[in-house]
Design a protein around this ligand. Sequence first.
Ligand SMILES: Nc1nc2c(c(=O)[nH]1)N[C@H]1C(S)=C(S)[C@@H](COP(=O)(O)O)O[C@H]1N2
Ligand SMILES: [Mo]
Length: 406
Amino acid sequence: MVRDADPGLTRWRRRRRARALLHRPLPAPPDALRRGPLRPGAFPSPLRSPRLAGLLGAALAVAFGICFVTGLISHLVQHPPAWFWWPSRPAGLYRFTQGLHVATGLATIPLLGAKLWAVTPRLYAWPPARSIAHAAERLAVAALVAAALFQVVSGVFNVARWYAPMPFFFTAGHYWVAWLAVGALLVHVGVKLPVARRADPGPRTRPGGLSRRGLFTAVGIGAGVVTAATVGQTVAPLQDLSVLAPRRPRDGPQGLPVNRTAAQAGVRAGPDHRLVVAGPGGSVTLGLADLAGLPQHTVRLPIACVEGWSATADWTGVRLRDLVALVGADPATATVDAESLQARGRYRASTVPPQHVGDPLTLVALRVNGGVLHPDHGYPARLIAPNRPGVLQTKWLARLTVRGGS
Ligand SMILES: Nc1nc2c(c(=O)[nH]1)N[C@H]1C(S)=C(S)[C@@H](COP(=O)(O)O)O[C@H]1N2
Ligand SMILES: [Mo]
């Protein structure tokens, strides 16, 4: 009996044939199309070298990497899957990671601009696709550019709270496109890293023109200006510098910005307001005098909005763990669902996990910065907890449902 070949050899041949097919030259399009930016020598600037593209790419990869990781943290904290655990300390950690997310995202803008400028000639590469493999690589780059632009633009719209041009739920779109960008970026880096390593450094200067160092300095200054013009939304001492920041940490009633006003939320609470605390073994209903009669504590905690602004305030009220104990549950293991008087809206309710319930810094706040809560800050009672995004600091509390903790 004659065997054709051993299976290993056949597989090897098949793979070689597939590779040959991927790299077989495609027919070149007619030369008559080579006009305008497609003509040879259309981009004379020697600054646009593979070396420059590589250096800018490295800077972008660092900024994008930080932005991706901090964004992922933010997403997990806001939409926690069952396996995810986020501590209640350090109290200002989320403020830092989310501030960094928005700052690196914004600093990306000048870097991305310079990078796209540096690689513009590649957009008009001739022939447009040399082989199937080359075409696939270019498609990955197209996906990367589109995803990166989408992330920057949608992020800026969100910071500016301009939702009209986004016909999708920002948080979901921004999250999923981030994965698309990371995937395309990994392919791109895998393909380009060897090229950038081998790249001839090219001329550093062009007679009478901008040097590479000059260009880098300009991009660096651009990134610095963008950062300085916006970081004051979270670093209060810099707020006067931040002319482009949509929010200023000390502007608003009681020296604190407002995200959604009571009127916008359709909430009107009076002094007859009652807070229901429901536990596994029974429930209590507390009027404002009852709440004020419980031990009061003052904590210094920030509101850190996903939009990038944050502000510190002094909050006074009842510890959440004291209310949990009031209905006979153990604060160390209880989870609390907090619901607002607000009837509709995505942020009318939030869940407080055990590590935050048990933390003595977590309050049902009745006062801020020395006065009774302004209606826009959640009068008569709002949640304030350490290391939590603003969207989870539920205002106008109406009901607390305690689960577990028995
Ligand atoms: N009920 C309710 N609570 C809410 C919101 C909301 O829309 N509804 N917005 C949240 C968001 S996004 C932020 S950043 C904080 C802002 O609190 P402040 O307006 O008191 O600064 O409130 C949170 N609490
Ligand atoms: Mo927010």
